[in-house]
Design a protein around this ligand. Sequence first.
Ligand SMILES: *Cc1c(COP(=O)(O)O)cnc(C)c1O
Length: 498
Amino acid sequence: MFHDQADCGPLAGHMHTLAQHLDRFLRFEHADAMHEPERWRSALGGTLPEQGIGIERVLGEMGEFLIPAGSQIPNPACTAFITTGATSIGALATLAGAVAAPQRLGLTAFQHLEELSLDWIAEMFELPAGMKGLYSSGGSVANLVALGGARQWAMEQRGIDPARDGMRLPARIYATAASHHTIQRAAAVLGLGRAAVVLVDSDAMGRMRPDALRRQLRADAAGHVVRVAVVANAGTTSTGAIDLLRELGRAAREHGVWFHVDGAYGLPGMLDARVRPLYDGLELADSVVVDPHKWLGAPVGIGATFVRDRGILHRAFTQEASDYLEGACATDGACHSMDSLGIPYSDFGVELSAPCRGAVVWALIREIGREGLRERVCRHNSMARLVAERAAAHPQLELVQAPTLSICCFRFVSEAWPDSNTLNQRIHRALVHRGRNIPSTAVIDGKLAIRPCFIGARTEERHARALVDEVIEIGNGLLEERTKLPAVHALATLSGRI
Ligand SMILES: *Cc1c(COP(=O)(O)O)cnc(C)c1O
């Protein structure tokens, strides 16, 4: 008998109910959450419940009010930002971990998969030999962990332990305007300060210019600043551009500076033979980041950092000994899953309690294999190319930036509406409100572009075609409205005068 009334019993019946609600959601026949927000706001209750209502009624409320008012992100027609919904196995493996292994510590099969799946990622994306990984909640924390390693290494060269004593010297990190803003935040959290991030000049595609980097590294060599890391992008967030990894890596090496590659979005792109050469030089990286919750289709909450030596991460992030852990493990031969915490992942990063993300990544890769993922990446890259071809060929479209990976930035143009930014902003709003195709936007060299990023496992070529068609349709509709407007206006003035 439980003292509380929480149902901790069999799941199967409830899961069947939940699965039916979720399958209905995935048909995307429901209205958007903001269609009638009062309906779910009032139904989901505003006051703290004194008495519970029991699992079945909670599930009922979830099915009726919560799930249908969920997000557009798993919608296959949603190509906004760089995010997508989980595949079925990703969702199922997450649930399996939540029930069977709530923590990654201990000698369990789940922890075994933590290391195995990290090694699979390293092999699949051809990371430098011997690199070892760590999961965290996403690219933001993955970048923080990598740069924490870089800070540790750079300061240790000067005989200082920054994890213990803090930053005693001003530091610099070399990035570009196209780098993700989590780089600045990581610099802030690590005590370097956001201003420590120097934005090195980039070329027309948003790639760091190696000559500019060399100049900056040389200029800073003489001073007392600690050059902590060069941050290169393997797939920028706005356009998917890939930095010249070999040249940047060489420059970093020559100056003895840590070389970090942010591939949160774009690392899996290398599975596409058409762009594989752009990743040459990855072998020079000291740390690499990739987000399984982007192209791999994991549920949000899974990023990964890889470094050459996890010992550096251990020194950067280790915790002081805790009394409650002392003596909790066997000192000799483990023969029970609780005899050891296993690999001390919690000492390599910033999380202690953490879910078993490895089982999720293992399941995703096990389900479709490297070839399945390659097929997905190639399909999405081809879709961006298809959009680019249509944008280049159509008189009312302009290709703003040729795609490198699965992002294509294009816009609608017309002589009748010279302010293209406003026009495309209006087109974008209309797209979102209609809800048939939901891209985001990006401003590139002052040009506001429609920006689809194709990464969802459910997103197919027809979605790319439909998006281009709809942009043209909405653009022409707006032009028509505008040409009618002065007439209506003139009529109104006229009738006013009469
Ligand atoms: C998405 C992304 C990030 C941030 O990752 P989160 O998982 O959203 O925290 C960092 N860098 C790049 C290049 C990204 O695309």
